[in-house]
Design a protein around this ligand. Structure first.
Ligand code: GRF
Length: 203
């Protein structure tokens, strides 16, 4: 059984989707640890209510980012984590952390990468830019922000009259499907990274 560590910063709806798939027996994986960088993140309560161990790792300016992230990395390794999932984690990870989890860390981003890479509000940016199609991407994390090899993508049409909220909600529906499916494929050993390309074998 693959042991999964989730890094989250806020609402935690993607974490909830992962836990839903887990409960339904759809994953050969188990979330064993949730780390948040905000003490009041709803994701913490959500994990706690479902019996998942939680940790708060605050990234205060005073404390060196590398030191806190190395502490996070140790914690994940101690719990035997084989896959780190960034589910709405709002910080850029230090190069040391990224290297330690290379090929074992995935992120979900609410745009069709490489469009709107690095944006904190890609849905609003998509509307501002006037694109007709946007969506979400699940990708492995490397040293380039939102730039690692792409595992899967889902397209979402921008509708006349959409605002950031309505568009985000439709993208989120896709995220809730795509991210657990990527975890499932990883846990099943069906993902292979070949340069920039991720090859997924069928179920
Ligand atoms: C999601 O849209 C995710 O793609 C982005 O941040 C949002 C997090 O939502 N990185 P939630 O905390 O999972 O509800």
């Amino acid at each position: 059984m693959l042991r999964v560590g989730v890094l989250a910063s806020g609402r935690g709806s993607n974490l909830q989707a992962i836990l839903r798939w887990q409960r339904a027996g759809l994953l050969r994986a188990q979330v064993v640890l949730v780390i948040c960088n905000h003490a009041d993140a709803p994701a913490l309560d959500l994990a706690g209510q479902q019996g998942v161990e939680t940790h708060i790792c605050l990234l205060q300016k005073r404390v060196h980012r590398e030191a806190v992230q190395m502490q996070m990395s140790r914690l994940l390794a101690e719990r035997g984590v084989g896959l780190v999932v960034l589910a709405g984690y709002d910080r850029i990870l230090a190069p040391g952390f990224v290297q330690q989890w290379a090929g074992k860390m995935m992120n979900v981003h609410p745009s069709l990468l490489p469009s709107f890479a690095g944006s904190l509000h890609p849905q609003a940016d998509a509307l501002r830019h006037g694109v007709k199609v946007t969506g979400c991407t699940v990708h492995f994390v490397d040293e380039n922000v939102d730039g690692g090899p792409i595992i899967s993508q889902a397209a979402v049409a921008v509708l006349h009259g959409d605002d950031s909220e309505s568009l985000s909600a439709r993208i989120l529906e896709q995220e809730h499907r795509l991210l657990p499916a990527a975890i499932r494929a990883y846990a099943d050993g069906r993902l292979r990274i070949d340069g920039r390309t991720v090859v997924t074998r069928g179920e």
